[in-house]
Design a protein around this ligand. Structure first.
Ligand code: SF4
Length: 162
């Protein structure tokens, strides 16, 4: 079974095709303007924090503040997706017996700081999602395109539509 990284987990909510392409090492993210903006925010905010903590080669936590796992996003456009991603981080930490750790979504540009917790129900849902993700990854061809708002800023846009 392939390791499901935090990025892959969040792509599951964004686009199944994107998830498949990324997991099969078809990677165009370095050309994306959205990714460039994300990196700029990353480099210019929270300079004093200990950033990018890689756990189990699976999740890459933006930074930890007072024991709280913090994830920084550039806008609240994909807020629910970010919350799902943080819950996945908490789930992976629980697999390493790091229980009762909280998460926080931080959107500096919009002055948003929202705490995130993992419930038992969330953990069950994550296990179902992981199963569904594995089914997608095992497909021999990528899921078909599904035009949506996210396509406009997606690094795979040309790959999908041009
Ligand atoms: S362009 Fe749209 S359909 Fe293609 S991978 Fe990106 S989000 Fe998915």
């Amino acid at each position: 079974m392939k390791k499901i990284t935090g990025v892959m987990y969040s792509y599951y909510f964004l686009c199944k095709r994107k998830l498949w392409l990324f997991a099969h090492d078809i990677n165009m993210e370095q050309e994306s303007e959205a990714v460039f903006i994300g990196k700029l925010i990353d480099e210019s905010t929270y300079k004093r924090e200990n950033k990018h903590i890689l756990i189990d080669d699976t999740i890459n936590i933006d930074y930890i503040n007072n024991g709280i796992v913090c994830e920084v996003k550039k806008s609240k456009k994909e807020k629910q997706m970010a919350i799902n991603q943080i819950k996945y981080y908490l789930y992976i930490l629980q697999q390493h017996n790091l229980m009762h750790i909280k998460g926080r979504l931080v959107i500096p540009k919009e002055r948003i700081s929202e705490d995130v917790e993992l419930s038992e129900q969330d953990s069950c849902q994550i296990e179902e999602n992981l199963q569904a993700i594995n089914e997608i990854l095992n497909l021999s061809v990528p899921p078909s395109t599904d035009k949506k708002a996210a396509c406009k800023s997606c690094a795979y846009y040309e790959f999908c539509y041009i």
